[in-house]
Design a protein around this ligand. Structure first.
Ligand code: FES
Length: 499
């Protein structure tokens, strides 16, 4: 029998018993340690500190951390394994997950339904009483697949390597079953219908569909339709007649989370022209009304999620989430009121806006002092490269909207309403998004719409018609890069605009 060792995780105080040789990546992701590069040893974001005992780490990775100025107690978790009893200090990433209590009109049904928003990073599920619309229970969690990479592309790479697809598929099905089992036991209620929404990659990974087509231009898939499942094939111990479906994607990386967002915002019924922008993982945009909706995705996500920013991180404890001026001095807020560990997307937008308003950068984003960075706090700074990353991301979103409006023969003044969807959008300061040219609309037209994916998924639980197919049939996916004017428009959006 393999020898067991004790691992104590601080500051959680959690004690685990694990086999000798267990890789830390196998045990730490469910305690909030992130593995953004999927364990390739390139991002250095999975650092843990040894308080007592020791762990085995490949020598080259010890050296890298020493060269970066960390003392010998620091290790990369993704390159380490258990060899004796050990006490480790871990940086927990307690990500903010946006649930929902929005009231909407519905035709009462019978029994209970489960709506699941399956995100690349987070999962939210809500059990809904279909006779009165009340949310009976809600659960959220970090998607355990995150240990194989924080962003879509590293998850796709992993799925293509060493039978990763089957493993990731099994992993997410098991995690969802474990979550819903908790609700089922708590209330002794079995949902009659389970609907999932998520981006196209999550659709494929849950359905166990080959993801190769999503790895290369034009990133299109022919397998993005609605998928229906029997509980047994998913390994879920539910009655045979339970209706389980993953809603259809709208094309390329625009998934059913956006389809649900269209339903939640009422764009598909609106006579007026509207836009929906989800600034999350992939920067998805929809522009249109009940007659026709155009949708596209952009490569904006990584900067907004902190991935391509030198001290960037997700909106989690320790992240600077807002930056502002107080008595002409830079002030900031840190999530969880902790010592700042990094800066998340909303903080980056605010910081760039403050730097612009205080003339520390010019409208092209160049740092005026001639230095290669500007401090936000004593320890957190934005580099010149970080500021350019933000400009690229905001230009991608702004050009996407511009192109979709152009294709409809409209301009931004024709838009009646612009909905900002998703967790990240919920935390941004709209004024600063406008000042820096991310959103080129008057503030009164912009509405933070919350977790529209979850709202829409709940609305779909009440639908007896094919509402989702109706939206699919009115939506056209556009590949922005194939638009002949894309480059010129993109370049024209690369200035920060001061109002
Ligand atoms: S270095 Fe990236 S996950 Fe460990």
């Amino acid at each position: 029998m393999s020898q067991k060792y004790t691992v104590r995780l601080e500051p959680l105080g959690k004690i685990l018993k694990v086999n000798k040789g267990t890789p830390l990546i196998d045990i730490l992701s469910e305690y909030g340690v992130e593995f953004p590069c999927g364990g390739r040893g390139t991002c250095y974001n999975c650092k843990v500190r040894i308080i007592e005992g020791d762990i085995e780490t490949e020598a080259q990775y010890k050296d890298i951390l020493l060269k970066k100025g960390f003392d010998s107690s620091w290790r990369l978790a993704c390159k380490s394994c258990i060899i004796q009893d050990v006490v480790l200090e871990i940086a927990q990433t307690d990500i903010l997950i946006l649930a929902d209590n929005t009231v909407f009109s519905f035709k009462p049904g019978r029994g209970y339904g489960l709506a699941i928003d399956l995100g690349t990073t987070t999962i939210v599920m809500q059990m809904v009483n279909l006779s009165n619309g009340h949310v009976l229970d809600a659960l959220s969690a970090i998607n355990l697949q995150s240990r194989y990479g924080a962003d879509i592309m590293s998850r796709i790479s992993y799925a293509q390597e060493h039978s990763g697809l089957e493993m990731l598929c099994h992993m997410i099905r098991s995690q969802l079953w474990n979550m819903m089992s908790i609700m089922i036991k708590r209330h002794n209620i079995i949902p009659a219908t389970i609907l999932l929404v998520g981006n196209t990659l999550m659709h494929h990974l849950f359905s166990c569909i080959d993801v190769r087509s999503l790895a290369f231009y034009p990133f299109e898939t022919h397998e993005g339709g609605k998928k229906q499942f029997r509980a047994k094939e998913l390994g879920w111990d539910l009655p045979e007649n339970t209706k389980i479906a993953f809603m259809p994607a709208l094309g390329s990386f625009v998934g059913s989370d956006i389809l649900a967002g269209i339903l939640a915002t009422g764009m598909d019924k609106s006579e007026d022209l509207m836009a929906l922008i989800d600034l999350g993982t992939n920067g998805e945009i929809v522009v249109g009304n009940r007659d026709l909706m155009l949708t596209a995705s952009t490569a904006a996500g990584p900067a907004f999620e902190g991935t391509h920013i030198s001290q960037g991180m997700r909106a989690a404890n320790g992240a600077i989430s807002s930056v502002f001026l107080r008595n002409n001095e830079i002030a900031y807020h840190v999530i969880g009121n902790e010592i700042p560990r990094g800066i998340c997307g909303s903080g980056i937008i605010d910081a760039v806006s403050v730097f612009l308003q205080t003339n520390q950068i010019n409208e092209a984003g160049q740092i005026s002092s001639g230095k290669s960075w500007i401090s936000v706090t004593d320890t957190i700074k934005l580099t010149q490269k970080d500021i350019y990353e933000y400009i690229l991301a905001k230009a991608a979103i702004a050009s996407g909207i511009h192109i979709l409006l152009n294709m409809l023969g409209k301009s931004d003044t024709d838009l009646k309403m612009v909905f900002i969807a998703g967790g990240f959008g919920n935390f941004i300061t709209i004024d600063n998004a406008i000042i820096t040219g991310l959103l080129e609309f008057p503030g009164e037209k912009i509405l933070k719409a919350g977790n529209t994916a979850l709202i829409g998924a709940k609305m779909l639980l009440f639908k007896t018609d094919d509402s989702e197919q109706n939206i699919v049939s009115k939506t056209r996916h556009i590949s922005l890069e194939s638009d002949t004017g894309f480059q010129d428009i993109f370049v024209s959006k690369m200035m920060l605009e001061k109002t």
